[in-house]
Design a protein around this ligand. Structure first.
Ligand SMILES: Cc1cc2nc3c(=O)[nH]c(=O)nc-3n(C[C@H](O)[C@H](O)[C@H](O)COP(=O)(O)OP(=O)(O)OC[C@H]3O[C@@H](n4cnc5c(N)ncnc54)[C@H](O)[C@@H]3O)c2cc1C
Length: 475
């Protein structure tokens, strides 16, 4: 990580004054400069950061942490930070995996979790949610009333609505319900120098370019989202679970492409390559060594049944019943690798990307083959977890132990560089749903070209003093 030293230098003289103003306007219980808080908020879930912490390295301490409870308080924070030119880092659950919430230039981390109200509009199939609302709490509250938002990321428990919009997240059931940007119907954001803007929820609008989209995926670089309005659905009447064992990844991928072409939209589709099939389905003898696919089809009973018929007509492979799907449903939130393996010196990460059908298999092979030859790599594998009529998301995992004379970060960055270059060479997009953060920023220009310069100009206009999450996404 290369901290933006210029921002830090300019801000540091004034940061104490801004902290003083804020502790008076917010109250002491909403602002902290305690070391324990600064350490806790110095990172998110970026895997390389875990290695630094274990070596007692904290390259990015903020100067203070704030916990606003209202839009007015958020406006106050932005106003004072703008005046003092002090960096601000919006913070939801801190479950981002790319260092997007890491306060690399010092300043104030703004944790939104105390802003967590929710209001369901049954007639309009909308939910209004403040940005700090926890994902699990939101979905659970909707389920109690007979609804779902259908956004179930693996990080449902630790993430927030503001983080979902910030990173353009999506969940395990996305092939039916879409990503958060499809659900986002309205948004309220505080932008520098401290004004609030509201884009109201409508079924659709053609009142100019859709500014909601400017904030979806902006990762805290354009403003602080305080509230959003999201599309919801009645809870599904029917759930159908199907699994397959196929002889080749190509067969399984082609089958799903044909299912999607016919307009069926199973909520969950996951195809595991042979390494991941062995890892996740080792208890199932007749799947082990093959390519596992699990599907969950849900919704209105008649529509779900029709979709399951389409799947059965198109799929190339042997049907294996509900059990592997139940196994996936039961284990889908288990994340034990980081605490288990990082202390043993294992470096790992996941890299999710998307690509059109015509380049899909090339991209898969190019990425795994670019990581595997790196000295120290134990494995590089993938599953495909989100699908569109136009293409597919591959979710790669790599793990390894750095060889002698290479430290964890060098090894980690080498794997990332190989993977990102292979994705660009294969006509893919470098991120499907985790976003950019600080880990992927060096490849933004490679994918966006001149459009990246336009994005920088927009950012400079919205955030004239460069206080909103400076350095994130390279902005
Ligand atoms: C085990 C695990 C599983 C995961 N599974 C998934 C998955 O299935 N799908 C998926 O999409 N992601 C997944 N992620 C990644 C992560 O959970 C998502 O990126 C999530 O959306 C981050 O939400 P958060 O509230 O934790 O945000 P944070 O990590 O706190 O912040 C993420 C970014 O959003 C910005 N931000 C946060 N709140 C606001 C706000 N109110 N206004 C403006 N900007 C804001 C931050 O500044 C930062 O740039 C996973 C992560 C882990 C650790």
């Amino acid at each position: 990580m290369s901290p933006k030293k210029d921002v830090k230098k300019e801000s540091s003289g004034k940061v104490d004054k801004v902290i003083d103003k804020l502790s008076r306007s917010l109250g002491d219980d909403k602002l902290s400069t305690k070391r324990a808080d600064l350490l806790s908020y110095s990172h998110d879930y970026w895997p390389i950061y875990l290695h630094w912490i274990l070596k007692d390295k904290y390259p990015s301490l903020p100067d203070a942490v704030a916990w606003p409870e209202s839009k007015e308080q958020v406006k106050d924070i932005v106003r004072w930070c703008y005046r003092g030119k002090v960096p601000i880092y919006p913070y939801g659950g801190g479950s981002g995996v790319l260092g997007a919430a890491v306060p690399e230039s010092g300043g104030i981390v703004v944790d939104l979790k105390r802003m967590r109200s929710l209001n369901i509009s049954e007639e309009d199939l909308l939910v209004e949610a403040e940005s700090g609302l926890n994902g699990y709490y939101l979905e659970d509250s909707l389920n109690e009333e007979g609804y779902t938002m259908g956004n179930i990321p693996q990080s449902l428990y630790p993430s927030t609505v503001g983080g979902w919009v910030g990173t353009k997240a999506l969940g395990q059931f996305s092939t039916k319900y879409g990503g958060i940007e499809d659900m986002l119907k309205g948004i309220e954001v505080v932008v520098p120098p401290g004004r609030s803007i509201e884009l109201k929820p409508h079924p659709r609008t053609s009142t100019g370019p859709d500014l909601r989209k400017l904030f979806a995926g902006a990762e805290g670089t354009m403003g602080i989202m305080t509230k959003g309005w999201f599309k919801i659905w009645p809870e599904p009447q029917k759930r159908i679970k199907i699994s397959y064992a196929s002889e080749s990844l190509e067969d399984a991928v082609r089958s799903i492409r044909d299912v999607m072409r016919r307009g069926a939209e199973p909520a969950v589709i996951r195809i595991y390559d042979s390494i991941e099939t062995k890892r996740h389905f080792y208890e199932y003898e007749d799947i082990y060594g093959k390519i596992a696919t699990v599907l969950v089809i849900e919704g209105d009973e008649k529509i779900a049944k029709a979709e399951s018929e389409v799947v059965r007509e198109e799929f190339i492979g042997e049907e294996k019943g509900e059990e592997p799907v139940d196994h996936w449903l039961e284990t889908r939130f288990n994340v034990k690798e980081a605490p288990q393996f990082v202390p043993m010196g294992v470096v790992f990460d996941t890299i999710e990307v998307a690509v059109k059908w015509s380049d899909a298999m090339d991209l898969y092979h190019n990425v795994v083959e670019s990581i595997r030859p790196i000295k120290g790599v134990l494995f590089a594998s993938a599953h495909a977890s989100h699908f569109y009529p136009q293409g597919i998301c591959f979710y790669f995992t790599f793990a390894g132990i750095p060889p002698r004379r290479k430290d964890a970060e060098e090894f980690y960055q080498e794997a990332w560089m190989e993977a990102m270059n292979a994705v660009l060479k294969s006509n893919g997009t470098i991120s499907h749903h985790h976003g950019i953060g600080r880990q992927r920023r060096d490849w933004m220009y490679g994918e966006l070209g001149e459009a990246y310069n336009l994005l920088k100009e927009i950012k400079d206009r919205v955030d004239k003093r460069g206080i909103m999450n400076p350095g994130n996404m390279g902005l």
